[in-house]
Design a protein around this ligand. Sequence first.
Ligand code: SF4
Length: 184
Amino acid sequence: MLDDIRRCTLCAPHLPLGPKPVLQWHPQARILIAGQAPGEKAHNAGVPFADASGERLRQWLGLTAEQFYNPKLVAILPMGFCFPGRGKSGDLPPRPECASSWRKPLLQQLKQLQLTIVIGQYAQAWHLPDAKSSLTETVAAWQQYLPDIMPLPHPSPRNNIWLKRNPWFAEQLLPQLQQRVQDV
Ligand code: SF4
């Protein structure tokens, strides 16, 4: 299936830089990073989270780059596997074709999954059908989703203001997240 995904052109006409799926997956993975879609840097590198967001996410999780990029430990399946292009206020939404065509069957084969990190509104809509009305409210309700799921805001530097406005995130949520990751 991974070979088929790498050859996928399903939504090629909508992708300004063309199809180039950027994901990480192994059936033994115990942690799933459910993100949005690769940014341009990750697209160019062909490596998920090969940017400032990735550095911050690894810090949040308490994982080294070596651990983070070990597919037997961490699966990285964004809602759309290819860079969707840029809009007026950041990257465009992930292409909707990807989730049901590829992502769903890959998720079904993660038999050892213990923790899903849900990043941003598109992944929340898929993984948390009972999410609150805003991303902030859902993240603030993190205790109700553990131990299986942890909702996070996007670790992008664009969210620095959100992080400043919500100091409970760093003070309360992150220590619990890091503990759970270590347990897994
Ligand atoms: S985003 Fe998904 S469905 Fe679209 S071309 Fe890339 S791999 Fe295929």
